[in-house]
Design a protein around this ligand. Structure first.
Ligand code: ADE
Length: 228
């Protein structure tokens, strides 16, 4: 998969060089390019924002640098999907991550301030598929943290990125339920025992216990998931 990121904070994404995604980059499973939006400005101050038409608080990102940046990133691209993180977008879920992990080319445009001039989305929609995606019902200062989270959620679903693919099957949200609690050695720690069924060697009983734990936890913490 190829991923391009346009941002005014390129160093934010240095962290993608570490851990599993760093390995995926080194091995060629993931090709990542980070572009500084300010490189597409032409004034001495490298200005990327201006006051909103119609008045109001805050600043809006200017269309010209975004237009030039996207022209460059989308030039010659084959069926890219452009994603703008935004609290006004559709909410990102594990299903979104699964769907996006099948794409060949993702382009993330990180907005800051009060958002990006609407014409940037309208224009980009004429050259590529465009989606606004939210990390949840809260407001971040900009899209960078949201994009980091999305890339981690998507990247680990690319075949070969996570060493043992079975570990992807049994985790929270993959079957619509929250994950069951996990234990490792020692069997007793500070007087707290590991549930005996996990030491029984009875695989059927273990699977049943885990399923019950998932249901109980989901009912208690996230009843909305069961309603779905
Ligand atoms: N930018 C600001 N808030 C955001 C959110 N909740 N999700 C995605 N991008 C954002």
């Amino acid at each position: 998969m190829r991923i391009d990121i346009v941002t005014i904070f390129p160093t934010f994404f240095d962290a993608l060089d570490i851990s599993l995604l760093g390995k995926a980059k080194t091995s060629g499973l993931l090709e990542l390019a980070v572009h500084d939006l300010r490189d597409f400005t032409h004034d001495r101050h490298r200005t990327v924002d201006d006051t909103p038409y119609g008045g109001g608080a805050g600043m809006v990102m200017k269309p010209e640098p975004w237009g030039e940046a996207l022209d460059e990133v989308l030039d010659g691209a084959e069926d890219p999907l452009v994603i703008f993180p935004s609290p006004a977008g559709e909410v990102f879920t594990q299903a979104t991550a699964r769907a996006l992990a099948t794409e060949q080319h993702l382009v993330f445009g990180c907005g800051r301030y009060e958002g990006i001039d609407q014409r940037v989305f309208d224009e980009a929609s004429e050259h590529a598929r465009v989606r606004l995606v939210s990390m949840g019902d809260y407001v971040l200062n900009g899209g960078e943290v949201a994009v980091m989270a999305m890339i981690e959620a998507i990247g680990r679903l690319i075949p070969g990125v996570v060493g043992n693919p079975e570990s992807l099957v049994e985790e929270s949200h993959e079957n619509g339920l929250l994950e069951y609690p996990s234990y490792t050695k020692p069997a007793v720690w500070r007087g707290r025992e590991v549930p005996p069924v996990l030491l029984s060697g009875n695989h059927g009983a273990i699977a049943e216990w885990r399923r019950e734990q998932q249901l109980e936890r989901t009912r208690r913490v996230r009843p909305d998931l069961l309603a779905d």
